[in-house]
Design a protein around this ligand. Structure first.
Ligand SMILES: Cc1ncc(C[n+]2csc(CCOP(=O)(O)OP(=O)(O)O)c2C)c(N)n1
Ligand SMILES: [Mg+2]
Length: 326
């Protein structure tokens, strides 16, 4: 990996990590309402996968959507404002953490319905195929989502129609408190793909370069009309499931191992140093720049207004409520 590529990967991963650490602080200060789900420890999947897409390619995400959204190019300022419920938010402060979308950057939709992205991605991929525009759709989902009925319906459909879609399954070992090893009988989730006639592969999801290369290959295949791919990216959720998780279902040593040995950001930094591609100073500069970027955005967003009551129903329904009722 050359210096520029490594710097880009690190910058994006730090941007996501520090954004979420800032969210954690804001949550503790009572400035964020509802719940939220952090992807700390999973940044390499989002960054690697999105780094190889065309700008007009599409992405669907989940309740754990911050990393995917930043990596797809969504405005970080707009996301921060959204999560804080400000009018300047990417969805006018009405969607919040779990409902970030920005069609202009190809971030189609994220939502809190586990597996909810599969049919949306299948539909978008069908539209791309019918229009013959070579657009590929990446559908992120968790390990828990592939036990939902909707996964099976969508998997069959995208396979029989050879739709240009990638199911990127982030196996972060848990679905809330459910350990994946107790929830699925097979050792590799990607084995499921074969029964639908879809290519399936399992990779180390904390190796950002491997994620990028794998997604790149699958994207090219999809663009050439050769059908969908199921990619299982093995990773680990370092934070709790959401903001109300006492984490009684896993051992501290397990978590420590993933943080100390297998954190995707520190792994890449160690690789950069070992291979003499990056210096300590260059790494520190990236961290500092991202820290300042997030802090500056925060200072700006804090001044923004909350949506006024007159705007309550705007951007919520297809028309204003009165028009729909009439
Ligand atoms: C259809 C549906 N069932 C249950 C839930 C409650 N729920 C929210 S997140 C979650 C676990 C999802 O696990 P996984 O797909 O592995 O994603 P992760 O949280 O690990 O990123 C569950 C069961 C939900 N939101 N939607
Ligand atoms: Mg999971």
């Amino acid at each position: 990996m050359n210096k520029e590529k490594m710097k880009n990967f690190l910058t994006q991963m730090w941007r996501i990590r520090l954004f979420e650490e800032k969210l954690q602080e804001l949550y503790q200060e009572g400035k964020i309402h509802g719940t939220m789900h952090l992807c700390i420890g999973q940044e390499a999947v989002a960054v690697g996968a999105m780094s190889v897409l065309r700008a007009d390619d599409l992405m669907t995400s989940t309740h754990r959507n911050h990393g995917h959204s930043i990596a797809k190019g969504m405005s970080v300022r707009g996301m921060l404002a959204e999560i804080l419920g400000k009018e300047t938010g990417i969805n006018h402060g009405k969607g919040g953490s779990m409902h970030l979308s920005d069609i202009s950057v190809g971030a189609l939709a994220s939502n809190g319905i586990v597996g909810g992205g599969f049919p949306i991605a299948a539909g978008a991929a069908l539209a791309s195929q019918m229009q013959n525009i070579g657009q590929v759709v990446v559908c992120f989902a968790g390990d828990g989502a592939i036990n939902q009925g909707v996964f099976h319906e969508a998997a069959n459909l995208v396979a029989i129609w050879s739709l240009p879609v990638l199911f990127v399954i982030e196996n972060n070992q848990y679905a809330m408190s459910s350990d994946i090893q107790k929830m699925v009988k097979i050792d590799r989730l990607s084995k499921r793909a074969e029964s639908y006639g879809m290519d399936g592969i399992t990779i180390d999801g904390n190796d950002v370069e491997l994620v990028a290369n794998t997604v790149n290959k699958a994207t090219k295949k999809a663009r050439d009309g050769k059908g969908p791919t199921f990619i299982e990216a093995i990773t680990y959720r370092q934070a709790g499931h959401s903001k109300s998780d006492e984490e009684r279902y896993r051992k501290q040593e397990e978590r420590d191992h993933w943080i100390e040995v297998n954190d995707p950001i520190f792994r890449l930094e160690r690789k950069g140093l070992d291979e003499a591609v990056l210096s300590r100073e260059e790494i520190m500069k990236i961290r500092e720049e991202m820290f300042l970027e997030i802090q500056e955005l925060m200072n700006l967003v804090e001044q923004d207004d909350e949506p006024s009551s007159e705007l309550l129903y705007n951007n919520v329904y297809a028309g204003r409520v009165g028009e729909l009722i009439d």
